[in-house]
Design a protein around this ligand. Structure first.
Ligand code: ZN
Length: 234
């Protein structure tokens, strides 16, 4: 994979992406209470951007604390953004959007797309869950599916965004399991798929090896199974 980005999977659905100029993007930074996140990634204060797929605590994670420590921008769906502000996020740091919307920053843009899931935060309804399509200037397109079940519009997203790398939940129970996730790979036709949202807790029993073997059966997408903390591209 030809890219100038660094992108570490931090366990569960969390990623830390670093751009060529050194800007740091976190997606779903559930780190401090995440049993699979390596210690060196906990209590992070280096965020420039925090991007959220939905409001559940295993995705919002340390967002409020990290945004307080770093002054980062926090990008989230409208209702979730409102709740984060209610719970202490500085309104100057909050950027809200909704499905289909794209926000452009210096080195990348982020689009909120559909996910077939629910969303709440601190016991309140937090709008709809989504996925995030990150398109880096002169570089790759990275599609984080968030928490989701399989759905037909993935075919359309494959055509529209032509993602190079996809992060796909496979853990079962709260999201789809390995076989459905492999069918998503077939629909999206990406170069590389990274399984996420498995193994963190015993109930997330979907196996990455099973995902890999189904994916190899269905399509040409390569499956990478990183260890938490590993850079996807090194
Ligand atoms: Zn989740």
């Amino acid at each position: 994979m030809k890219t100038n980005l660094k992108a570490a999977w931090l366990g569960h659905s969390a990623f830390r992406i670093e751009t060529p100029s050194g800007k740091v993007i976190y997606i779903d930074p559930f780190l401090n209470s995440n049993p699979s996140t390596p210690e060196r990634f906990k209590n992070a204060s280096d965020a420039d951007y925090i991007l959220l797929t939905h409001g559940h605590e295993d995705h919002v994670g340390d967002t409020l604390q990290m945004a307080g420590a770093s002054g980062s921008i926090v990008v989230a769906q409208v209702e979730l953004s409102q709740l984060l502000k209610k719970h202490g996020l500085n309104p100057d740091q909050a950027v809200e959007f909704n499905k289909g919307g794209t926000i452009h920053y210096d080195e990348f843009s982020v689009t909120l797309v559909h996910a077939n899931h629910s969303s709440s935060f601190a016991g309140e309804y937090a709008g709809e869950a989504g996925g995030l399509v990150l398109s880096f200037d002169d570089d790759i397109c990275f599609y984080h599916l968030g928490d989701t079940n399989i759905f037909g519009d993935l075919e359309l997203y494959g055509e529209l965004y032509e993602p190079h790398v996809i992060a796909v939940p496979i853990g079962d129970h709260y999201t789809m399991g390995p076989q459905e996730a492999a069918m998503c790979c077939e629909m999206l036709d990406a170069d590389l798929a990274v399984p996420i949202h498995y193994g963190t807790f015993p109930v997330l029993s979907g196996s990455p090896e099973e995902f890999k073997s189904f994916t190899e059966e269905y399509c040409d997408t390569k499956v990478l199974i990183p260890q938490p903390g590993d850079d996807l591209f090194s």
